[in-house]
Design a protein around this ligand. Structure first.
Ligand SMILES: Cc1cc2nc3c(=O)[nH]c(=O)nc-3n(C[C@H](O)[C@H](O)[C@H](O)COP(=O)(O)OP(=O)(O)OC[C@H]3O[C@@H](n4cnc5c(N)ncnc54)[C@H](O)[C@@H]3O)c2cc1C
Length: 418
């Protein structure tokens, strides 16, 4: 490009969503500038649990969530908590979340969330086959361990919701589990196997995807965007340091920070951070072949090459990348209950990672144009599924910008739905 300050499209935010958007746009022939703060701790995409999960079709806004959040507020180690904030936007989000936490909303959203995740999974398969990016990508399914009959019954009910969609769920006997997971001792009462899921090392994916994009001609700019302005069919993107970029279209994929940029455009985009933690153990004494979810504790253990990453917790509300040691302790304490050869002392010296998931009040992402602006697109709000649905989001935005009909009906994902 002769002048790097002009491009067809500027993308704000280079997490999984922004990077896959840049990938599909560039493949379609567009010139892309990707602006990101390039501070690893400011992206939720690096340290997450690495799952691609067509089996995760129940939205965050579901019956019982508010009750659980309020009940668990009193426990410092619980896997889910709501942290009240002194902001009107927090209470407005919570109100919308309560309105959406219904059976009807779950029934309506299941096919859409499944479609997003399943298409995300297919695109990961073809992306991996084509680009052969080193990220430990494997499609071996994922296991759900239940230590109580009650939790197992709940899991079967959830699995039954996925059956009409085509999601396979198989109960494994203890012998089958031992044969399929020979390198790790597992303590469980009942086990459900979801064969359609995949996993990877998300940090490797992000870093290698950035390099691939450079090779493909994407211009990467380090900096913080302070405003996006619509200027007569063109868009002006302004950085904190005064740099300006002109483009035909802009995509805001700035994760949990996207609402700030929207506010400046006069657009309301309800988002709350949902903080979660992971701990990565290198060369564990025993290693799993596939991700293992501890159902009661809501903790997942994902094998990533020679490491095993444990992740969990959803703390809604607090916009701070601060490690709450009590929540981390909650994760660590749950591990020996399911994997008895692990103990608390093995986690000494492991630095926890935390990330802020961008959560919308109905548990569905925002994907599409940002009315009234036809050339500003939003791609965020993916909550627990931004890695899984990153490729499909990028593909949809790329198709829309190219004037093609997106492959998924976006009505329920409209940016102005609240
Ligand atoms: C513990 C945990 C486990 C998880 N496990 C999974 C999982 O297994 N599978 C899954 O699918 N999802 C998982 N998630 C969720 C997933 O990590 C997120 O949904 C996803 O990373 C969001 O990606 P994103 O691109 O929208 O945002 P981010 O990755 O947060 O990227 C946003 C980027 O925008 C940049 N930015 C923000 N504002 C500006 C600005 N003004 N100017 C320039 N740049 C800006 C930031 O620096 C950042 O790099 C997990 C999350 C957590 C916390």
């Amino acid at each position: 490009m002769s002048n790097e300050k002009k491009a067809d499209i500027v993308i704000v935010g280079g997490g999984a969503v922004g990077l896959f958007t840049a990938y599909y746009l560039t493949k379609s022939g567009a010139q892309v500038i990707l602006v990101d703060q390039q501070r690893e701790q400011l992206s939720c995409s690096h340290g997450n649990a690495g799952l691609v999960v067509p089996s995760a079709y129940v939205p965050l806004a579901a019956p019982g969530m508010i009750t659980k959040g309020l009940k668990w507020m009193l426990s410092s180690t619980s896997p889910f908590a709501i942290r009240p904030q002194l902001k009107l936007s927090f209470y407005s989000w919570l109100w919308q979340f309560m309105q959406n936490s219904s059976e009807e909303h779950v029934t309506r959203s299941l096919p859409l969330l499944y479609q997003l995740n399943q298409r995300g999974s297919e695109l990961f398969d073809s992306f991996y086959a084509e680009e052969k990016l080193a990220c430990d990508y494997q499609k071996l399914g994922h296991l759900v361990l239940c230590k109580s009959d009650k939790r197992f019954k709940d899991e079967l009910e959830t699995a039954a919701l996925g059956k009409p969609l085509g999601v396979e769920a198989i109960e494994w006997s203890k012998d089958q589990l031992a044969a399929e997971e020979p390198n790790i001792e597992i303590d469980t009462l009942r086990t459900v196997f979801y064969p359609g899921d995949s996993h990877m090392n998300p940090h490797k994916l992000i870093e290698n995807l950035k390099l691939l994009l450079l090779d493909m001609g994407v211009v990467r700019v380090e900096g913080e965007v302070c405003s996006v302005q619509n200027r007569n069919k063109k868009v002006l993107t302004v950085l904190q340091n005064g740099e300006e970029f002109h483009s035909n279209d802009v995509v805001i994929s700035a994760g949990v920070w996207s609402d700030k940029l929207c506010q400046k455009l006069g657009i309301k985009l309800p988002l709350l951070p949902g903080k979660g933690y992971t701990l990565t153990m290198d060369n564990p004494s025993q290693q799993a072949r596939r991700p293992i979810f501890f159902a009661e504790a809501k903790v997942v253990a994902t094998p990533m090459g020679d490491s095993l990453r444990f992740g969990g917790t959803l703390e809604l509300g607090e916009m701070r990348l601060h490690i709450n040691q009590a929540r981390v302790k909650g994760i660590i304490e749950s591990i020996p209950k399911y994997l008895p050869t692990f103990n608390m002392s093995q986690f000494k010296g492991i630095t926890p990672w935390c990330g802020l998931r961008p959560c919308s009040p109905d548990g569905l992402p925002y994907i599409g144009q940002c009315p009234p602006f036809k050339n500003i697109y939003i791609a965020t709000g993916h909550a627990m599924l931004g890695l899984s649905t990153g490729p499909v989001t990028g593909k949809i935005i790329s198709d829309m910008i190219a004037g093609q009909q997106p492959e998924i009906d976006l009505t329920a994902l409209a940016v102005d739905r609240f």
